[in-house]
Ligand binder design. Structure first.
Ligand code: ADP
Length: 414
């Protein structure tokens, strides 16, 4: 090299900020620049002629010779220590992270390696700081997420509580509303009941009074027929009043659960005969009751009185709420478990709006108010039937007629 080139080289060699180290193929240090010496804590030229191992931390030395030889055979420039952290060793024994670029070259027939070394302590320090900051951030994010999750859960719980509260309030409101409605209905029913009783008792009682007054006027022996007629009127009306009182009494008994049903085996035809016999006395002009067909073989093990009461109630109503010349049809069917009684008429029917209340105590449909009645009968029979495992229902159309059906088990439970 000419002196001029040598000078330029020396200037560049000393000026570069990277530490530069040149070793020969025996790992002897041939040259270092000022940056390198400062970085590793040596005086200038102190390292020249020394071993490369001097600047390598002790724990890396055993493997280093092998890497060096490998590198010499390949002789390609490359970055050193890819994929792992490299460290340099200072004169005072401390170590620090470095990045090293290796460049092999030949001169005067010998092989040399030039290493460009950068101290990356500050960068590493920053990296570490960033890593730490990141970790702290992650922890904060996690904590925040947890807090948020808790808030969301709290809100959810609060929402459910509120939902429950709202539900409870709606339920309570509905209960109060229906209690009020019931109370109102009850009051109406009571009023109805009082007017009904006074009406129901007034008419027969004044009938009885008239008959007794007339009775006292028929003194002659030949007026016996007239006397008999009035005595019958009185008896009928007393019976009627007695029936109403009995109905009230059975309501009380049903209410208190005081009823003992008495079961026995009986022919359904016997009950039908009795019911039709007594209903025939109430028939209007031209009215007819059709006797049910094919019932001779039907028998029941039940409380006979209740079956009779129920059927007679339905037949009496059918007669009462139909006009002259109408027909009341009775049919009875029996299957393996139940016997079904149907009473059909083509009378005044039940207005649609009143149908839902028909089995309520004292309830009377609007179109029935001019006919005598108390609104108790159906309520009583429904109670009895339910007690005995049976049921009652009806279909009706105003001015067309009604069909009442009740079902009772063939065999009462013992
Ligand atoms: P009552 O006949 O003494 O009023 P019920 O309890 O037997 O009492 O009947 C309740 C109400 O049902 C009657 O007032 C009437 O409005 C209606 N009802 C019952 N049976 C019939 C029927 N066959 N046709 C029309 N309405 C009926």
């Amino acid at each position: 090299m000419f002196q001029k080139d040598q000078d330029i080289f020396n200037i560049l060699f000393e000026a570069v900020s990277e530490g530069v180290l040149v070793v020969d193929d025996k790992q002897k240090i041939v040259s270092t620049n000022a940056s390198f010496d400062t970085m590793f804590g040596y005086d200038s030229n102190e390292l020249i002629g020394g071993e490369l191992q001097t600047v390598i931390p002790k724990n890396y030395r055993p493997n280093h010779g092998k890497h060096f030889k490998g590198f010499l055979t390949k002789k390609e420039s490359r970055q050193m220590g890819q994929g792992r952290d490299l460290f340099g060793a200072r004169k005072n024994g401390t170590t620090f992270p470095v990045e090293v670029g290796l460049n092999p070259f030949e001169m005067y027939g010998e092989t040399f390696v030039m290493a460009m070394v950068i101290d990356i302590s500050v960068r590493k320090h920053h990296e570490l700081e960033i890593q730490q900051l990141n970790q702290e951030l992650e922890i904060k994010v996690k904590a925040r997420t947890k807090e948020l999750q808790k808030s969301v859960e709290d809100l959810k719980a609060l929402n459910t509580e509120l939902d429950e509260e709202v539900k409870k309030r709606i339920e309570a409101e509905q209960k109060i509303k229906s209690a009020l409605k019931r109370e109102k209905e009850l009051n109406e029913l009571k009023t109805k009941f009082l007017s009904l009783v006074s009406h129901e008792f007034k008419t027969p009682l004044s009938g009885i009074l008239t008959s007794t007054m007339l009775l006292s006027k028929y003194k002659l022996a030949e007026q016996q027929e007239k006397r008999d007629k009035h005595i019958k009127t009185i008896t009928d009306k007393v019976h009627y009043l007695n029936n109403i009182l009995n109905d009230f009494l059975s309501i009380e008994k049903l209410e208190k659960g005081k009823i003992n049903y008495k079961n026995n085996t009986f022919q359904v035809s016997k009950v039908v005969n009795e019911v039709i016999y007594s209903a025939n006395m109430l028939l209007k002009e031209g009215q007819k009751i059709h006797y049910p067909r094919d019932i001779d073989h039907i028998s029941l093990f039940q409380d006979e009185k209740i079956v009779e009461l129920t059927l007679s109630n339905l037949v009496h109503n059918a007669v009462k709420y139909s006009s002259e010349n109408s027909i009341v049809d009775i049919t009875i069917d029996q299957d393996d478990n139940f016997t079904t009684f149907t009473v059909e008429d083509n009378g005044i029917g039940i207005p649609k709006k009143d149908q839902k209340n028909i089995f309520n105590r004292y309830f009377r449909a609007e179109n029935a108010l001019l006919t005598q009645g108390t609104g108790i009968g159906l309520n009583i029979v429904k109670h009895h039937l339910e007690n005995l495992g049976g049921s009652i229902s009806f279909k009706s159309k105003e001015n067309k007629g009604s069909t009442f059906t009740f079902k009772i088990p063939n065999k009462a439970k013992q």
